[in-house]
Structure formats: C-alpha cells, structure tokens
Ligand binder design. Structure first.
Ligand SMILES: Nc1ncnc2c1ncn2[C@@H]1O[C@H](COP(=O)(O)OP(=O)(O)OP(=O)(O)O)[C@@H](O)[C@H]1O
Ligand SMILES: [Mg+2]
Length: 255
C-alpha cells in the first residue's frame, strides 16, 4: 500500500530524517513511535505532501506520490489527522463531517440556493452518511452541538470522523491519544479498531506505548531521524535499546 524509500530531510543544519525506508501492507495497522523530535510528524508531512523531502521517494499502491500536493494525495485515498485538533468552529458537529463527504461538494452554492429534487436527495444522502460516521466514533448524542461544547477527546474523535468521511484507503493518525484521559483513550482505541476492521490500512504515531502494543500488528521505532527498530509488539516489548531511546537508561521494561 505504502512504500517509503530512502527518505532524507533536513531543516537547515538539522537532519530530521536520515534515509528512512519502510513499507506498509494493505490492511495493516502499524504504529510509529520514538522520542520527541525523532522525525515522526516530519515523515507524515512528507508522506501526505505537506513537505517535499530533500531526497528519497514515497509510493502509494506502486505510484510515486513524492512531490504531489496534499490535496491530490488525499484524493488518492491517503488521509491524515493532525497532532493538533482542527475543526470548523462555526459549524455543528454533523456539519463538520458533512463538508468532508465528497458527494456533498457536487451540490455547490447554486444548488444550496435553488435546491432541485436532485440536490435535496444528495443533501439527505450526505446527512445520513455523516451520521453514520458520527455514530462510528460515538458522537451521536452531540451531533447537533457546536464543537466548542465538546471535550478535547470528543473533538479528536470528530477529527477522525472527518478523516473517515473522506473514505480513505489509508489513514495516518498523528498522536490521536495526546491530551486524552484513560477512558477516552480506550474509546479511541475501539474506534481505531472499528475503522481498521472496515478495511482501512492504518499508520499511527503514538506516545502511549501501551496503546500501540495493544492495538498494532507491527511497530516501527524512529530515533533522531533514523529507523532503529521494527517488529511485532512482542519483539518491541523485549528490546532494551528501544526502551532506552524512549525513557532514558533507567527504565527496564515497557509495561
Ligand atoms: N518546520 C520546521 N522547521 C525547522 N525544524 C523543524 C520543522 N519541523 C520539525 N522540525 C524539527 O525536526 C525534528 C523532527 O521534528 P518532528 O516534528 O518530525 O518530530 P516528532 O517525532 O513528530 O516529535 P513529537 O513527538 O514531539 O511530535 C525536530 O528537531 C524539530 O524541531
Ligand atoms: Mg510529532
């Protein structure tokens, strides 16, 4: 599904990614972990076209996407969420999801002002679909509310609903559990599992190692721009160097 070959990127004198290569297979749920500043978000920015790497290439289903724009990459089915929450505050929760649904865009401004039977039908369809995604992330009870009134955890789930409304083949989640409490993290894990079961390939950056060990099939570890390890959760759990990179030398086990 996704192939990253020898990606190198620097910000001035700082090497953020040092010839990183990796592959994600269709249907996989893969985690990306590593300390602050390891280059995780930079890698996501390169995959999704927000940054052009100095060298190296990215392929989606065999097609090179390295220097394509974020918009074009999204249209190809590769969708991301951001480390910070990004929602439209002047729209309700359900409207936030409706605007992400591709069919809704065909209505246009005129269709909104002079609704025909067809535009009414599309609007109904879009609303039903939006509600389906809202139910999937467990936000039905707040569908008509303003995003302002949601908890931080609910706003993150709304971000995920917006992402799946774009019907991705592959979803990239950048630290979805950041700022969530334990209960919210459990709900989030369930939502991610559900999306994965629907057939979406998932690549997830997380600092919550317990969540990654529990959720993923494979974990990739970055440290100072280099891929230092890759393997099943069981393998990562046992690796001393990973633990040291993550927690410093004192900590002996991950969980
Ligand atoms: N736009 C930028 N300009 C300059 N330096 C940057 C830029 N973006 C990232 N960096 C630097 O590149 C390195 C990698 O940053 P990146 O955000 O990819 O790390 P990360 O692994 O996502 O960290 P975190 O866990 O804190 O989110 C860091 O040293 C960061 O300061
Ligand atoms: Mg980051």
């Amino acid at each position: 599904m996704l192939q990253i070959r020898e990606v190198f990127h620097r910000f001035g004198g700082l090497i953020a990614l040092n010839n990183v290569s990796l592959e994600i297979n269709q249907g996989e749920l893969v985690g990306l972990m590593g300390p602050n500043g390891a280059g995780k978000t930079t890698l996501f920015n390169i995959i999704t076209g927000f940054i052009s790497p100095v060298s190296g290439s990215v392929y989606l289903e065999g097609e090179e996407i390295t220097h394509l724009s974020p918009h074009v990459i999204t249209q190809k089915g590769l969708v991301r969420t951001f480390q910070d929450v990004r929602v439209f505050e002047h729209l309700t929760v359900i409207e936030n999801v409706e605007v992400a649904i591709p069919e809704g865009r065909s209505i246009g401004l005129l269709g909104g002002i002079f609704p025909t039977l067809k535009t009414k039908f599309i609007k109904e369809f879009v609303k039903e679909k939006a509600m389906e995604y809202i139910r999937m992330v467990g936000l039905s009870s707040v569908a008509e509310k303003s995003p302002d009134s949601l908890t931080f955890g609910q706003q993150r789930l709304l971000g995920i609903a917006r992402a799946i409304a774009l019907r991705p083949k592959m979803l990239l989640l950048d630290e979805p559990s950041a700022g969530l409490n334990q209960d919210e993290t459990i709900i989030l894990s369930e939502v991610i599992r559900k999306i994965h079961l629907k057939g979406v390939t998932i690549f997830i950056i997380e600092h919550d190692i317990g969540m990654l060990l529990d959720l993923t099939q494979r974990i990739i570890v970055l440290d100072r721009g280099k891929k230092i390890m890759e393997g099943t959760p069981e393998k990562i759990r046992g690796e001393k160097s990973v633990i040291e990179a993550y927690f410093g030398k004192k900590r002996k086990c991950l969980v």
